[in-house]
Design a protein around this ligand. Structure first.
Ligand code: NDP
Length: 294
């Protein structure tokens, strides 16, 4: 069997098109343009790149972005004060604090300062708490996990009743994606670095989500024939044939697993583009709530 390739790039482009149309409708009907504030602390190159990509995506769909580029030695109090000021700006419907923050900053305290109604990353402890409870809808679902579910839905994969195995239990991917699959009535198994007989557990999956940050860890013989595989991992591996000297691979050995699975996301071009599309979607939904459009 050769798997269907789940084209996250194309699906994300479709979603961005839908968002653009909604943004235009909102502006025409209510005179309101959705706005996203990005808070970047320090000069990490990767964080700068992510923020730049997010601002570019906003511009493409007509969402306004407000950039706050702050020095790496900013104090906890000052950062908290700035986030509180952004909370009060009515033209801002979503606030994104780019993680990780410098080591001297208490990340949870900053994330808790973001107004619940503007927490488009979905990392506010209350939103995460609600996501973990039955019938308590959070205002926002974290973007990468939401993107994984959207990929399954838009590929026509049924979730209810399926065995889903999630590799990884991080706050930003593994745990929230597990909760989303559970709420969609999958039977879930969450694996981590202490899981025993990992290949045997993975082999039970009808739906496998890999988010471990280990290049090509999941091999072809770990996967049940016909399983659907969502590879969240993004890992740089040396490749002298490339201009940059490296290439990106997932947590799944794509070439082996595509011969066994029924559908699989590539890396790059799978989950990655969905993360930003879901950030735009969350920002749009936040703005819709303020005008009573939701
Ligand atoms: P973390 O490092 O926070 O978590 C990794 C998880 O994998 C942990 O739960 C860890 O277990 C588990 N793990 C690590 N090694 C093993 C192993 N050998 N066997 C089983 N489990 C293991 O990573 P993130 O969740 O932040 O990210 C995971 C991957 O997803 C990374 O490659 C990251 O780059 C990518 N990513 C991609 C995004 C996108 O938009 N495409 C967005 C976010 C992340 P334990 O808890 O026991 O330590």
């Amino acid at each position: 069997m050769t798997a269907k390739i789940i084209d996250g790039k194309a699906i994300a482009a479709t979603i961005r098109g839908e968002i653009k149309a909604e943004v235009e409708k909102m502006q025409a009907q209510y005179g309101v343009v959705p706005g996203l504030a990005t808070v970047l602390v320090g000069d990490r190159k990767d964080s700068q790149t992510y923020v730049r990509m997010k601002k570019k995506a906003c511009a493409e769909v007509g969402i306004q972005s407000f950039g706050y580029d702050l020095p790496g030695d900013i104090s906890q109090e000052e950062l908290q004060k700035i986030v509180a000021e952004i909370n009060a700006r009515p033209e801002v419907h979503g606030i994104l604090v780019q993680l990780p923050l410098p080591a001297h900053i208490d990340e949870e305290a900053i994330l808790s300062t973001i107004s619940l109604e503007k927490d488009v990353d979905g990392f506010h402890p209350l939103n995460i708490g609600r996501l973990s409870m039955k019938r308590r809808d959070p205002l926002f679902v974290p973007c990468t996990p939401r993107g994984c579910i959207e990929l399954l839905d838009r590929t026509g994969v049924e979730i209810e009743g399926k065995r889903a195995v999630i590799l990884g239990r991080s706050n930003i991917v593994g745990l929230p994606v597990s909760m989303l699959l559970l709420h969609r009535n999958a039977t879930i198994t969450i694996c981590h670095s202490r899981t025993r007989n990992l290949p045997d557990v993975v082999r039970e999956a009808d739906i496998l989500v890999a988010a471990v940050g280990r290049p090509q860890m999941v091999r072809g013989d770990w996967v049940k024939p016909g399983a659907v595989v969502i590879d969240v991992g993004v890992n740089a591996v040396d490749d002298p044939t490339k201009k940059k000297g490296y290439r990106l691979v997932g947590d799944v050995h794509f070439d082996e697993v595509k011969e066994v699975a029924s559908a699989i996301t590539p890396v790059p071009g799978g989950v990655g583009p969905m993360t930003i599309a879901m950030l735009l979607q969350n920002t749009l939904e936040s703005a819709k709530r303020t005008v009573g459009m939701a």
